[in-house]
Design a binder for this molecule. Structure first.
Ligand code: GTP
Ligand code: MG
Length: 255
């Protein structure tokens, strides 16, 4: 496969999510307007992509197509990461140093989150991603705070008849993340990681995703730490072709 060396100054979107959700398929579609056959990824992959015709980068809404600045603003970089549980250090290290990262695209398989195993795997990974971004935000030393990083949950494979609709995926993930949050907090206490009572409170606070308290986790809570979370459905492959308009629209809004 031909790969261009991509300049790192382009606005970048990170593709994260469980194994098999369709990240590499989406990357190949964005790169050459057609999804290629993929196999499980073992390393990250960066490609340069162009916003499809008909979509306007938010920063160029007052310009018209053909204007050089408009054309430049359509370019972005996509970085695919392996979703396998043992290979997530690639993704996590990108999150720790998100230079030029304009947004996170967390791809889930809309059919596999219909069952508990698939849902919990996605929720655990998403919990860790959101917590990493939250820590980055609350730990920032500058008075301005770090730039905000929006998150798109791309509910992929909507062509499958077992796929859940986006609003149900949102509710299911919020509920499952509430459980992950609770069990992680318990694990932290039992692991004896706590030194003194004071430090313990602090430690727990930093490891707690979203609002304090025992209430359920909901995605809007991430707005306080500079993250909007959007859930939008689509499909990369399927008998009627790809339907990725809502995701590219989201990308356009971040450019
Ligand atoms: P890892 O590399 O292991 O993290 O997985 P991945 O997220 O890169 O998954 P990949 O893109 O390799 O896709 C996994 C499988 O799902 C492939 O067989 C794709 O053809 C299939 N797939 C991807 N998108 C869709 C879709 O929208 N609908 C259907 N039905 N299948 C899809
Ligand atoms: Mg892959």
């Amino acid at each position: 496969i031909y790969r261009r060396a991509t300049p790192t100054t382009l606005p970048t979107f990170l593709l994260l999510g469980p194994s098999g959700s369709g990240k590499t398929a989406l990357l190949t579609l964005a790169e050459r307007a057609q999804a290629a056959t993929t196999r499980t990824s073992t390393s990250p992959l960066a490609v340069e992509a162009l916003l499809p015709d008909g979509l306007t980068p938010a920063s160029s809404s007052y310009r018209s197509a053909g204007d050089p600045a408009f054309e430049r603003a359509r370019r972005f970089q996509l970085i695919d990461t392996p979703g396998h549980g043992k290979l997530r250090h690639y993704a996590i290290s990108k999150l720790a140093n998100p230079t030029n990262v304009r947004g996170i695209i967390f791809v889930v398989d809309a059919a596999s989150v219909a069952d508990e195993t698939g849902l919990n795997e996605a929720a655990e990974y998403l919990h860790d991603v959101l917590l990493a971004l939250q820590k980055r935000y609350t730990g920032a030393k500058t008075s301005k705070g770090p730039t905000e990083i929006p998150v798109l949950i791309a509910a992929n494979k909507s062509d499958l008849f077992t796929a859940l609709p986006p609003h149900l995926i949102k509710l299911s993930l919020e509920k499952a993340i509430s459980n992950v949050r609770k069990s992680r907090a318990t694990g932290l206490k039992e692991s004896g990681a706590v030194l003194t009572a004071d430090q313990g409170d602090l430690e727990e606070e930093r490891e707690w995703l979203g609002e304090g308290g025992e209430g359920p986790f909901e995605f809007w809570q991430m707005e306080e730490v500079g993250m909007s979370v959007d859930v939008r459905g689509g499909n990369v492959v399927g008998t009627d072709g790809a339907d990725v308009k809502t995701w590219f629209k989201w990308i356009a809004d971040q450019l």
